[in-house]
Design a protein around this ligand. Structure first.
Ligand code: PLP
Ligand code: ZN
Length: 412
């Protein structure tokens, strides 16, 4: 049973029926899905949720799809890893990695938003789906559309990593590379969405798409043993994920599923594209668009649609935001790999790099629980670390050669 009430303008509060639309006709504010939580009081229990299959759809009452999901029914429910080695390395007492680098089926958290957006698109009657992507979204739309028998078009900046292009193209989608940055892609897609009758997951069905991110937060709380962490560190591109994790926590508190822990939200960006973290650090709510220049391409949105709301969530929660250089991104990718055996993409390097920085600054409390959201897989951004690894030492296939090498290593 869906408890969706309406679409509501985040600025003026005007409500709209559930339709493929995303801006307010009166004030051009963004629309958000709102729910009748009263209908669920006492009905959605921990026991009921725990009895369901381990996918993001175990929280389906809180996702904006009327029937059962028709796309991505197996997506989500990624591991929450207690990172004991990383705790030692960073000098903190309780740290977890929410590991969406292994999200099903395309190895990023975008599989969450896409399965909601495409399931809703099917309910609306669309047969072609599309997106403007920084990389991971393209792969996820392509894969989930293929599995659901939907046609797809994905629009990306032309100079993305090989792994992101391959990771979309393999699914037989129509990929359009745009000569320009993500913000140019996005602008074009708004025009295409207005003209062609397609469901653009992050344009005309964006309010539904964005709700899918809440599932990461629900899982995190359930996996912590039905509690919210004191601190969460989230990578930010448009800023949407950050706002939706915050929303997921508030919903669980409202429904009596957890106690309010006064969770503080922390945002992470790359210095080469840091309009949101900059606004937080300057303690203003004005977001100045930038021209992105960073290896963290999946986060390279210079004019972030939800930047203002992410800023507000972070500051209202008592959290903070930071950004790190490309060198710090690579160092953090290596740190996570070497301590926890998790190979994340550049966005994960941003999040862990910022976590490290915020701990050093004392903004993250070392003695309180921290969840670090790792949102994408390192195999898709291999270019970033090619030169950071030790290449294999090549020897002949004989024991004598290996003995020499072992002696040099001091293990003989
Ligand atoms: C898209 C993306 C994000 C951030 O998404 P927003 O909700 O737009 O802030 C974070 N990490 C990865 C790997 C992504 O692909
Ligand atoms: Zn409005």
């Amino acid at each position: 049973m869906s408890i969706v009430r309406a679409l509501k303008c985040r600025e003026c509060g005007q409500e709209y029926p559930i339709e493929p639309t995303h801006v307010c006709e009166f004030c051009f504010g963004p629309l958000e899905v709102v729910y009748d939580y009263d209908k669920l009081q006492g009905k959605l229990t921990r026991e009921l949720i725990a009895s369901r299959p381990q996918t993001m759809w175990r929280y389906k009452e809180l996702l904006p799809v009327d029937g059962d999901p028709t796309v991505g029914a197996q997506n989500g429910f990624t591991p929450l890893v207690r990172a004991r080695n990383l705790e030692k390395a960073l000098g903190v007492s309780e740290l977890y990695i929410k590991n969406d680098s292994v999200c099903y089926p395309t190895l990023s958290f975008k599989d969450r938003v896409v399965s909601v957006a495409l399931s809703k698109a099917v309910e609306f009657g669309f047969t072609t789906v599309a997106c403007a992507s920084t990389g991971n979204l393209a792969g996820s739309v392509a894969a989930n559309a293929a599995a659901a028998g939907l046609a797809s078009y994905v629009f990306i900046p032309h100079d993305l990593e090989q792994g992101k292009i391959l990771g979309a193209g393999i699914f037989g989608t129509k990929i359009i590379g745009i000569k320009g940055a993500y913000d140019d892609v996005n602008r074009l897609c708004s025009e295409v969405a207005g003209k062609y009758g397609w469901a653009f997951v992050n344009v005309n069905v964006r309010p539904f798409y964005a709700e899918g991110s809440k599932s990461l937060g629900y899982e995190m709380m359930e996996q912590l043993g039905w509690r919210a962490p004191k601190q969460v560190v989230v990578p930010m591109a448009s800023g949407s994920l950050c706002t939706k994790i915050d929303k997921s926590i508030k919903e669980f508190v409202k429904l009596g599923l957890i106690e309010d822990a006064g969770t503080r939200m922390f945002g992470a960006q790359a210095t080469g594209c840091s309009p949101i973290s900059r606004s937080v650090k300057e303690q203003t709510d004005l977001i100045h668009p930038v021209k992105a220049d960073t290896i963290a391409k999946s986060l390279a949105i210079g004019n972030p649609a939800d930047g203002f709301y992410a800023n507000r969530v972070i500051r209202d929660s008592g959290g903070w935001a930071e950004d790190v250089s490309d060198a710090e991104v690579v160092a953090a990718m290596k740190l996570l790999a070497e301590t926890e055996g998790i190979f994340t993409e550049t966005a994960g390097g941003v999040t862990l790099g910022v976590t490290k920085k915020l701990i050093a600054q004392g903004k993250l409390n070392r003695d309180e629980s921290i969840v670090v959201c790792v949102t994408g897989n390192g195999l898709k951004t291999q270019e970033a670390v090619l030169e950071a690894i030790t290449p294999p030492r090549i020897i002949e296939a004989n024991l004598k050669d290996f003995d020499q090498l072992a002696a040099a290593d001091g293990v003989a």
